[in-house]
Write a protein that binds this ligand. Structure first.
Ligand SMILES: Cc1cc2nc3c(=O)[nH]c(=O)nc-3n(C[C@H](O)[C@H](O)[C@H](O)COP(=O)(O)OP(=O)(O)OC[C@H]3O[C@@H](n4cnc5c(N)ncnc54)[C@H](O)[C@@H]3O)c2cc1C
Length: 366
């Protein structure tokens, strides 16, 4: 393809996930004419637990997107499992189960309807004021980096763990018995070395998403299917859900998720959003809320101060993310520990108020 150098004054948003689309909607509605760039012309189904917290739902309602209207499955309870221990607690407010395809499609459409220009290009690398795409080079003094789980060359997030977390996801199609088992709840199954989150989605399928240490996969010979079978054998509650899986369902994976990382600084004109700004351990179910909050917040700072507001924005977001990310990290490290998972679930059963407190403390404000 012929490369052309395009000079673009409007803000450039790299990535049309929840963070990028939220920024695009907010900017476009204020008349800023943003350009929203995504590598995929057809919205995919990003690897994600698919649980939207009440805080995410509130943010989306604020831009006119009512989750039940797009088929989201209401969730009112958290069910926890570790070994033989089991506990349930009511969510502080209603959350939802929704496929990422459903959410991202609705948000992209809203961004375009609000006046954002959608462009399809895969950004290969980034430098101050410029993004090199596969189709063309993009320039702007205001770049919103919202590429989520995928780092862009030049701006990789640090990976410090010897045994990094990785994500796996399998979707079990809707069937009799499965929907009844999961109705109205988000389940977290804790294992030594990780967890699985299970929630029903808009099409009635069960989204089973795991975050596990890489060593667990290595222990299963690097074979995700063998690892899932092993977990199903060793953990009866999880096994009962996996028994609905039909053979050869695809398993998606993502490596080295930098849980707990928060961008403390940025450079002039670069607004880091969503997972490119803060990565909350996913068992909190708050990543999309942070993405939405960061998109709206960055747009607001830009509208008030232009490209020079980037540093102020980044510090404000880091400060808002500190408590929820810290709380979620503490819970994740306790939950995945060999000895502490089952006592944690027992404690949650004895003191639901404590579970409620933890759920509230791991939400982002602002
Ligand atoms: C195992 C796991 C389970 C999770 N479960 C939950 C959950 O249940 N609830 C929750 O709230 N959060 C959950 N999360 C976190 C959540 O998925 C993320 O926090 C959220 O997706 C971040 O949104 P984002 O917009 O920053 O990035 P993404 O959702 O990753 O979107 C990024 C967008 O950028 C595009 N893109 C990427 N690279 C490029 C490029 N080079 N050029 C152009 N476009 C590009 C992609 O196509 C995509 O559209 C989970 C995360 C993991 C790892």
């Amino acid at each position: 393809m012929c490369r052309s150098a395009a000079v673009s004054d409007p803000p450039l948003i790299l990535g049309a996930g929840p963070a990028g689309s939220m920024a695009a909607i907010t900017l476009a509605r204020a008349g800023a004419s943003p350009i929203l760039i995504d590598r995929d012309a057809k919205v995919g189904d990003a690897l994600c637990g698919g649980f939207l917290s009440w805080r995410s739902a509130e943010r989306l309602r604020g831009i006119g997107l009512n989750l039940p209207d797009i088929g989201a499955h209401p969730v009112n309870r958290l069910a926890l499992y570790a070994g033989a221990a089991e506990a349930q607690a009511n969510l502080p407010e209603t959350g939802y189960g929704l496929s990422r395809r459903g959410l991202d499609t609705a948000m992209r459409a809203l961004a375009v309807a609000s006046g954002a220009e959608l462009q399809i290009d895969r950004i290969r690398s980034l430098s101050p004021g410029a993004a090199e795409g596969e189709r063309q080079d993009w320039r702007s003094d205001s770049i919103f980096l919202a590429a989520g789980k995928h780092d862009v060359r030049g701006y990789s997030r640090p990976r410090q763990s010897d045994d990094p977390a990785l994500g796996l996801r399998i979707r079990i199609p809707a069937q009799a018995g499965l929907g009844e088992l999961l109705a109205g709840k988000i389940e977290l199954h804790l294992f030594p070395g990780g967890y699985a989150g299970i929630v029903c989605q808009d099409d009635g399928s069960a989204n089973i998403c795991l975050a596990l240490r890489k060593s667990m996969l290595a222990g299963a010979g690097g074979d995700p299917r063998m690892l899932l079978d092993r977990l199903a054998d060793e953990h009866p509650h999880f096994g009962r859900r996996m028994a609905f899986a039909v053979p050869d369902l695809p398993i998606d994976s993502i490596g080295a998720v930098p849980y707990g990382w928060i961008a403390q600084r940025t450079e002039p004109g670069l607004f880091r959003l969503g997972d490119q700004a803060a990565v909350i351990p996913s068992l909190a179910g708050e990543g999309m809320s942070i993405a939405l909050t960061s998109g709206a917040m960055a747009a607001k700072f830009w509208l008030e101060g232009g490209s020079s507001a980037a540093e102020h924005y980044q510090r404000a977001l880091a400060s808002a993310a500190r408590r929820p990310v810290g709380v979620a990290k503490l819970i994740w490290e306790t939950a995945e520990s060999n000895r502490l998972g089952p006592p944690l679930v027992k404690l949650a059963g004895l003191a639901p108020w404590l579970t409620n407190l933890a759920m509230r403390a791991s939400r982002i404000g602002a």
